[in-house]
Design a protein around this ligand. Structure first.
Ligand code: AHR
Length: 351
């Protein structure tokens, strides 16, 4: 009898052990399956990019936004978008809301260079990488992953190189009236410094005045109206030579096409024929409308500023989301269009 009981006890111990082993194996299979599923979910998760754009002040800017949306869709990246309506305070609010939302990456076009330190620290504390787009910032490099955009200094140099070559046989002085864009923006500082670096190699070039046109067509028109009012004579006829403070203007250097086109609108309203009246007009961006004006002989040179940042930005977004580092600076490809070009070979600009 005792032997029988022992046998039953022994069998129950074996059975319990088998059940325990089975449970341990079963639970660990379930656990590792869950872990694998979670990893796969994290890998396949749609990236979310918080993007703060400064506004829609120009056709260039509209194309810049479109390019980023198109590329995000092609790369299956979801965008949380904010239009700052030209105000830094709106950009700061938007970036803070992206942090609260815990987006994977933040990208923003800084309207001005300064004032980003606190919000960048907040993004850093939240572990969200930040990419600066189009315009640069004055901040410690450790506060953001990198910059993607145009080389503003080189754009300014290109505009000036065209001018130096164009005026190579002119004795001088060559008086330049500058129409600049948004104050305290890196792009204006860069274009202005690149332009000055080249023209300062010859003392015949003089910038007689620099006026802020805020990158807006309406401001270009206002500046034109201010300069050209005295070109309409009492008898209704117009004179073609443009003056600022009694000094003849030989060159208009405008920091973007919107302001240049506004200036041309004013010339048309004042019945001043832009062809052959002697003022050289140089612009930046290369929107279709300004290329058309170049072809029509109303402009002399248009330096391209390429707004198509989308694909390059998305490649960088994917890299930083994986924790990889990216180059400090990524520049877009850009060229120059002048009155001497053969325009048959150019594709439509797309903006
Ligand atoms: O920052 C780029 C500049 O901003 C473009 O030249 C201009 O058109 C835009 O508004």
């Amino acid at each position: 009898m005792k032997g029988k009981i022992k046998k039953i006890k022994f069998l129950s111990i074996i059975l319990c052990s088998l059940v325990a082993v089975f449970l341990v194996v079963f639970i660990s299979i379930i656990h590792s399956k869950n872990a694998a599923d979670a990893k796969a979910r994290a890998q396949n998760k749609k990236l979310i990019l918080g993007f703060s754009q400064i506004g829609s002040e120009s056709a260039w800017r509209t194309r810049n936004t479109e390019s980023i949306f198109e590329a995000a869709a092609e790369n299956d990246i979801q965008i949380l978008f904010d239009d700052a309506q030209q105000k830094q305070e709106n950009q700061l609010k938007a970036i803070r809301s992206f942090i609260v939302y815990q987006v994977d990456v933040i990208a923003f076009v800084p309207i001005v260079e300064d004032g980003w330190d606190n919000v960048l620290q907040e993004a850093k504390d939240a572990g969200i990488p930040v990419i600066v787009v189009d315009r640069k910032i004055k901040a410690n490099q450790s506060m953001y992953a990198g910059f993607i955009g145009e080389n503003g200094v080189e754009e300014g140099r290109r505009a000036a190189r065209y001018l130096v070559n164009k005026c190579r046989n002119t004795e001088g002085p060559v008086n330049i009236f500058e129409i600049a864009g948004t104050e305290n923006s890196s792009i204006v500082d860069d274009r202005a410094s690149g332009f000055r670096e080249i023209i300062n190699t010859d003392s015949k070039f003089r910038i007689i005045h620099s006026e802020n046109g805020d990158f807006l067509r309406s401001r270009g028109r206002e500046i034109g109206d201010m300069l050209l009012a005295s070109n309409v004579l009492e008898n209704g006829n117009t004179t073609n030579t443009i003056y600022y403070n009694k000094q003849k203007i030989d060159v208009i250097f405008s920091h973007n096409d919107s302001m240049t086109l506004g200036f041309l609108d004013s010339m048309e309203a004042h019945k001043i024929n832009p062809k052959g009246y002697g003022t050289i007009i140089i612009s930046i961006d290369a929107e279709q409308e300004s290329i058309d004006a170049l072809i029509a002989g109303k402009l002399n040179c248009v330096v391209e500023c390429n707004p198509n940042h989308g694909q390059m930005l998305m490649a960088l977004v994917k890299q930083v989301a994986k924790g990889e580092s990216i180059p400090r600076i990524t520049y877009n490809f850009e060229t120059v269009f002048t009155e001497d070009d053969n325009f048959d070979k150019y594709d439509p600009r797309g903006y």
